[in-house]
Design a protein around this ligand. Sequence first.
Ligand code: URA
Length: 436
Amino acid sequence: MVPQWIIEKKRDGQVLEADEIRDFIQGYTAGRIPDYQMAAMAMAIYFKGMTPAEIAALTDTMLHTGDVIDTSAISLPKVDKHSTGGIGDKVSIVLAPLAAAAGVAVPMISGRGLGITGGTLDKLASIPGFRTDLTEKRFIEIIQACGFSMMGQTGDVAPADKKLYALRDVTATVPSIPLITASIMCKKLAEGIDSLVLDVKWGTGAFMKSVAAARELAESMVRVGEAMGKNITAFITSMNQPLGQAVGNSLEIIESMECLQGQHLDGDLMQVTLRLTAEMLQLAGKASSEAEANDILLGLLRSGAAFECFKKMTALQGGDPSALDDFSKLPTASIVHDYVAPASGILARVDADGIGRASLVLGGGRQKTDDGIDFAVGLSNLAKVGQTVSKGDRLATIHANDPGKLDQALAYVRDAFAIADAPAPAEPLVVERIGR
Ligand code: URA
């Protein structure tokens, strides 16, 4: 194979054969094809796209550059959920123990936050002692003991993606549907799952800024999952305002634990969580309808079974489960400041992007992959779009450890909220479901 001939073919909009894709990606992963040729190929894919068969071949090749976790020792149906990421998106932390308590095995490999988008691993790391750097053997043992485990990507999973993602990041080739599809799906398929539920976010705080773009990505991922023999469903959900009432690592753990104890059932966070978890139960054959699944899930929340399941997993991963009952044991910020409504009216906008930026400047997120993170900072008590407010009512509580950073965050928070005389047009939280 001559790499430049394959690049030329894609540059001219032709369809690549599966073995051309395989040779190219394997060559790049092994160091035989240099970064500059892979960068040219990524840019050709960015402009010319790929057919579903090409995307499936790319995903399959990237998956098999690394290990696929052997989950055969787990007899329960294995189902995971993946979100394309958002602000205040703590769904995984509530959903995984909830699904596990309902008899579904959830082998969840999660990521760290980057930019304004939070990451499940950072949220979990705010629990004292909690470890996400597990061996594959320990990961399986924990799933066998309590139904789920949440860990970070090991060096052995999809090394092609690790190398290619870093290259895409610096060559302006991240926002390509074929490349995003292969990148996400190769890592999820490496978990050894039977079924997958995808939460594809659209909106100001999401990667995909329109429903149409989110739909295109969702359809692409569902096609690849099906081509690889998995049961897969995608939901398109809104990320124009933060999900739930808290943004920031330990603050999101607190909100998640409240949800696992049956609180906030009417809020947006639990609406999305219940919809996705109900789908997982149906894919796993644990319920035959959404209504039946919801009955099971509400029972597990009310009985405390889902919360106990999370505490058990926390202990097995080295964390202190007593911090989940006594939140004073979680990292706590030294400055707590209420931001109040400057006028009376109806909340027309709580911009997810602005709130994400506020959390980032407080130190709750990272701008570069190796940046440190402050687990204690962020925002809580976030008011929601559509709420009627009077001048002086609290719209958010800001948690900071540095007065200068609090001032920077306040500038973003002020711009994020808009108060109007009339309600904004209602926007669906779950826009649509894609899949069989
Ligand atoms: N998340 C990933 O894992 N890969 C992408 O390409 C984009 C988002």
